[in-house]
Design a protein around this ligand. Structure first.
Ligand SMILES: [Ca+2]
Ligand SMILES: [Ca+2]
Ligand SMILES: [Ca+2]
Length: 333
């Protein structure tokens, strides 16, 4: 082999190695990006899968769908609770008339948000319902008693039910006791162990030897926005005058179709008389680290948000997903 051939062989070899290295580096970068996207998808899905069953059950109380006549609630002979059960307000556990309660772009609760405080501009979502399964009376937690005759329906806190728990041999249980569920979902500024990375958190009514109290837990780091809109059913307008019919003049529509006519932001004046039949959620997730060379130029438009990442913020990958959930207890009436 002459010198020229040798040089040529070396040059070709170097060229091939450089090519292989480039392919390797690029596939590593692609792998890292795919990992980031997969992690964000997993986080968003986990958040929505946690929220969905709770929202779906909102307003479920057991043998009655009507919270108005349940005693012990803030509207009807309210129970007196300890300060630790009332830390997030007396209505946190006892406002059964509002199974879905929301605050627009703010955190409204008197109890402090964990994780460095609530992230401004994010919505807060409160959900209340009875547990899907029945429980024996338990003096350590708030429970809901409902009976087929509706006579003693109540939220209670005692080792014994406020009414009989008879079982009819033909028609089964005549009354039920279920644990009361009350939760508030919000976005905190800091995840556990990573300052500056927002996280989805939840305050939850809990039981315990010292009585009911409010716990707080991180559900998913990386969730930087929670937005909520409510699907409202204004009431049936049979006579076609454009106003929901109220023949008995009690200020409330006489009938509901159980279908969302439109979606409104929390705090919309229409919520005062309309019924909430569906909840639409948006979860925006952010990667936990900035990506060198990446710049997100998208504008995210959803709910009442229009967000264009700028400066350093644009170097993070993001994912926005949405889900609409029909409330199980909001059928026609
Ligand atoms: Ca909002
Ligand atoms: Ca009408
Ligand atoms: Ca009416």
């Amino acid at each position: 082999m002459g010198l020229i051939e040798l040089m040529l062989a070396l040059a070709i070899g170097a060229f091939l190695i450089a090519g292989a290295v480039t392919v390797y580096v690029r596939s590593c970068a692609t792998y890292a990006i795919n990992e980031t996207i997969a992690r964000m998808q997993e986080a968003a899905r986990f958040a929505l899968n946690t929220l969905e069953p709770e929202v779906r059950l909102a307003g479920f109380w057991g043998l009655t769908g009507d919270a108005m006549h349940i005693r012990g609630t803030i509207d009807h002979s309210p129970l007196s609770l300890s300060s630790s059960a009332e830390r997030c307000g007396a209505g946190f556990a006892l406002n059964l008339r509002r199974p879905v309660e929301t605050a627009n772009n703010t955190y409204p609760l008197p109890c402090a948000a964990a994780g460095g405080g609530a992230l401004s501009g994010t919505d807060t979502l409160l959900v209340r319902h009875a547990q899907t399964g029945t429980s024996p009376p338990d003096g350590e937690r708030l429970q809901v008693y409902t009976a087929r005759n509706g006579q003693a329906d109540a939220v209670f806190l005692a080792g014994s039910a406020p009414g009989p728990l008879a079982v009819d041999p033909l028609s089964g249980a005549q009354a039920q006791v279920r644990d009361l569920v009350a939760q508030a979902y919000y976005i905190a500024r800091n995840a556990n162990g990573q300052t500056g990375l927002p996280a989805l958190r939840r305050k939850t009514l809990q039981g315990g030897a010292a009585g009911p109290r409010i716990g707080d837990e991180e559900l998913m780091p990386g969730v930087e926005d929670l937005q909520v809109q409510l699907g409202i059913d204004p009431g049936v307008d049979e006579d076609g005058d454009g106003i929901p019919d109220d023949l008995n003049a009690d200020g409330q529509p006489d009938r509901h179709a159980g279908v969302a006519a439109r979606y409104v932001n929390p705090g919309d004046p229409a919520l005062a008389s309309a019924r909430v039949v569906a909840v639409r959620l948006w979860i925006r997730v952010r990667a936990d680290a900035a990506e060198p060379g990446y710049s997100d130029t998208k504008t995210y438009n959803y709910a009442d948000v229009s967000f264009s990442p700028a400066g350093e913020d644009a170097a993070y990958r993001r994912l926005l997903i949405s889900r609409t959930i029909r409330l199980r207890n909001a059928g026609p009436s």
